[in-house]
Write a protein that binds this ligand. Structure first.
Ligand SMILES: NC(=O)c1ccc[n+]([C@@H]2O[C@H](COP(=O)([O-])OP(=O)(O)OC[C@H]3O[C@@H](n4cnc5c(N)ncnc54)[C@H](O)[C@@H]3O)[C@@H](O)[C@H]2O)c1
Length: 268
């Protein structure tokens, strides 16, 4: 039976992934409630929108009331000072989970990141239940966000899916993407599966296209969410040289894992 997403609330709806998911889910979601701290224009009578900061728990409870699931995308999506990441990515995620509990929303889908494990070497095939090995402060904030999700699943029975998103882009733009690319079509596929899969308690799954050179295991997505990605970055391999130093070894996060990526964000 094809299960439809019902009334879905999306945080961070004005962002890059939010805009794609909105278009991809519009056809079969009963209603989309679009939240962002930036303005979002609803389209048609099956969308509504509100300007809400995820720091405002009371506003989240109000917006979540009556929803079947929350897609939580709002975040600082890259390296930043730890205080800012703690505020938006960790406290903000806690507000979302707590607001879902208070409003009686059964399921929350957290947009986590591949960078929770970005310091594993490229030759290591990572399963989502291996210990975290973040490649920077952003990755640390997403580890904490996933841990909050696990807490709410274990303690309160909230259904939580943490999607460890790869490199979301229309097409791969650098050699690392031959392993890490997440196509828009597969992004919608993973999100839809995370919203509708039966028997979810807590699931962490890599959301990456079926790239031949990937270093993340896809079985959690396939077995627990019922989604197998359809795209493969290999189709773009001709655009990138074979001898890029990235493939010689080193962390999966590539440039993200270098000290120079973290150092500018370390305050005195
Ligand atoms: N784009 C990628 O390749 C990628 C990879 C891994 C994980 N992710 C995760 O996916 C999610 C979406 O990423 P994106 O690329 O669309 O990012 P984005 O920056 O384009 O969108 C994030 C949205 O969140 C909103 N936002 C930020 N702080 C907010 C707050 N305090 N309250 C309300 N809204 C707030 C922003 O206004 C923005 O519209 C993020 O959680 C990100 O960490 C993205």
């Amino acid at each position: 039976m094809d299960v439809k997403p019902g009334r879905i609330v999306m945080t961070g709806a004005a962002g890059r992934i939010g805009s794609v998911l909105r278009a991809g889910l519009r056809a079969d979601a009963e209603h989309l409630v679009l939240l962002d701290r930036e303005p979002v224009e609803p389209e048609g009578d099956r969308e509504s929108a509100a300007r809400v900061d995820i720091g405002d728990r009371a506003a989240l409870v109000e917006a979540f009331t009556g929803a079947d699931a929350v897609l939580h995308l709002a975040a600082i999506p890259d390296e930043a000072p730890l205080d800012d990441l703690l505020d938006v990515n960790v406290r903000g995620t806690h507000n979302v989970l707590e607001a879902a509990r208070r409003a009686g929303v059964p399921r929350v889908v957290l947009f986590s990141s591949n960078r929770v494990t970005g310091n594993y070497p490229i030759h290591h095939h990572v399963f989502p239940d291996e210990p975290p090995r973040p490649d920077g402060l952003y990755g640390v904030s997403k580890v904490a966000a996933e841990a909050l999700g696990q807490l709410y699943a274990d303690t309160f029975g909230l259904e939580v899916v943490a999607l460890r998103v790869g490199s979301f882009a229309e097409e791969p733009t650098q050699t690392r993407h031959l392993a890490t690319w997440l196509s828009p079509r597969d992004c919608v596929g993973f999100a839809r599966a995370a919203l509708t899969a039966p028997n979810v308690a807590f699931v962490a799954a890599y959301a990456v296209s079926g790239n031949a050179r990937r270093f993340w295991d896809l079985s959690a997505g396939e077995n627990e969410l019922g989604y197998r990605p359809v795209d493969d970055a290999a189709r773009f391999a001709g655009r990138f040289g074979d001898d890029d130093p990235f493939w010689h070894g080193g962390p999966q996060g590539g440039a993200f894992a270098r000290p120079e990526s973290v150092l500018p964000h370390l305050r005195e």
